[in-house]
Design a protein around this ligand. Structure first.
Ligand SMILES: *Cc1c(COP(=O)(O)O)cnc(C)c1O
Length: 475
């Protein structure tokens, strides 16, 4: 019996050990991967930003009992994943809010994944947690948050927003018995992840008031003030204001300082969505635009946007770390060994227990490249957007307000505005060299130019202008 069991175990071990390739195999796989990564990055300037292609091999292929050669799999990734759809690694991505994909973060991810530190709890991953906590502290300082603030590295702005709203809800004691009297204020320029978070946190039954915006797409703070007063007078419970520091649609920044005054005097939770705009605070000449942001109660920023990291990195900052932890702390009997550490554990600051060690993909490029490179890259994006804005105006396009950051909207003034501009966008997508997306402002079609990819430089902007010129002729 004993023998047959050990024999079985040994037989299994041989097979199981295939999960740990030896160094010769690792070297080969590395070499292929490295060659591919170089091919990918080097060809980016020539690659279209938008491609429509199927996924035939991905569709057909099923997971099998036996493995497949690495290069065969890499081929599928290259053709059907990375050369398909919107190329978010391309500097030609000027749609939505462009993402990043720093190569150095890729190295960080590999080191994080192979090392597999447990980054949720201080006790198990003290270095990993210290790294994340230092990143959070650095962003708290950037935002002007005091000692005693903390936050959480999340998968993105949406989960970061969920954490913020959960904290706001609990801190203001919004529960079943009073939720129908609770009031939330934001504008119609709020990102839709806020609506999701409102739903998930059970705040859908609260009253949601959309405060009108001015012609710069900024919240009309006088209306906000009046509405809060009226709601209070009517026995309601105004508890949360959500402001934009760089809206997705137009890049607009709400009057952050005035909203801070209002929230402070009326005792409301002040949340700022800086998912897109937040890292522009690194740039001295833009810093004033964010004045008042440090007086908020919670704040969301997306390092996978303004710090050019790969997708999967958001951050929430909360002025009162205790409030954040009260809303997210829990423990189980199997966790007793992890208790009693002074440093804050990420698992106490969000819904995740086990999580990707996101700190490394952020810490590594920041330290390796240094902040000045990030600052230069950010301010370059702002200037590129201004340049685009001037040029497109000179080409006879109607434009929105001067860009507050690096997003601008424009449309061709045709007799049938919406029809013409919709066709124009279709043409631009067919062309695909540069990718732009459209939006609706007051029900009208506008095209957006959002400059935030670290790979967007003057060359890409000139190409976009040329492409738009050609597309107008075509329509
Ligand atoms: C992108 C964005 C979000 C959502 O963040 P995700 O990282 O996509 O989940 C929220 N608010 C603003 C202003 C954004 O630009």
């Amino acid at each position: 019996m004993q023998n047959t069991l050990t024999e079985k175990i040994k037989a299994l071990e041989t097979k199981a050990r295939q999960l740990e390739p030896d160094q010769a195999v690792r070297d080969r796989v590395f070499a292929s991967s490295q060659a591919y990564v170089n091919r990918f990055i080097n060809s980016l300037p020539e690659q279209p930003s938008f491609i429509r292609y199927g996924c035939p091999q991905l569709q057909q292929r099923e997971v099998m009992g036996d493995g497949v050669a690495f290069d065969e799999l890499l081929g599928i990734i290259e053709r059907e994943v990375n050369l398909n759809g919107l190329n978010a690694a391309s500097g030609g991505h000027l749609g939505y809010i462009p993402g990043g994909g720093l190569w150095m973060s890729g190295i960080g991810d590999m080191l994080a994944d192979v090392g597999n530190r447990y980054a949720g709890i201080v006790y198990s991953g003290p270095g990993a947690v210290m790294m994340e906590n230092k990143m959070i502290r650095w962003m708290c300082d950037l935002a002007g948050y005091p000692e005693g603030a903390h936050g959480n590295l999340s998968s993105g702005g949406s989960i970061a927003t969920l954490i913020a709203l959960t904290t706001a809800r609990d801190q203001h004691g919004i529960r079943a018995e009073n939720v129908r009297r609770a009031v939330i204020y934001m504008t119609d320029q709020a990102h839709h992840c806020i609506n999701k978070a409102i739903h998930i946190t059970g705040l859908e039954e609260a009253i949601l008031r959309l405060v009108p915006v001015n012609d710069q797409h900024q919240m009309q703070v006088d209306v906000l003030r009046q509405w809060i007063a009226a709601d209070k007078a009517n026995g309601l419970l105004p508890f949360l204001v959500i402001a934009n520091a760089g809206s997705t649609n137009t890049g607009s920044i709400d009057p952050l300082e005035t909203i801070a005054d209002i929230c402070e005097s009326d005792g409301l939770w002040y949340h700022v969505d800086a998912a897109y705009g937040g890292f522009f605070m690194l740039v001295d000449e833009l810093r004033d635009k964010f004045s008042g942001i440090g007086r908020s109660d919670s704040l969301v920023m997306d390092p996978h946007k303004g710090l050019f990291l790969p997708y999967g990195t958001g951050v929430v900052l909360v002025r009162n770390a205790q409030a954040l932890m009260r809303a997210h702390q829990a423990t189980g009997a199997y966790m007793v060994d992890a208790l009693g550490y002074a440093d804050i554990s990420p698992a106490d600051c969000g819904p995740e227990l086990t999580k990707h060690f996101r700190g490394l993909r952020m810490w590594l490029p920041l330290h390796y490249h240094g902040l000045d490179a990030f600052r230069a890259c950010l301010v370059e994006k702002v200037y590129l957007c201004r340049y685009f804005h001037e040029k497109i105006k000179a080409m006879g396009f109607e434009t929105g307000p001067d860009p507050a950051l690096s997003v601008t909207c424009f449309r061709y003034p045709a007799p049938d505005n919406n029809e013409f501009n919709r066709k124009l966008v279709e043409r631009l997508h067919e062309d695909g060299r540069i990718f732009l997306s459209s939006t609706l402002l007051d029900g009208d079609v506008w095209i957006r130019c959002a400059v935030l990819s670290f790979r967007t430089h003057l060359r890409e902007i000139e190409l976009a202008l040329e492409m738009i010129r050609e597309a107008v002729r075509g329509v």
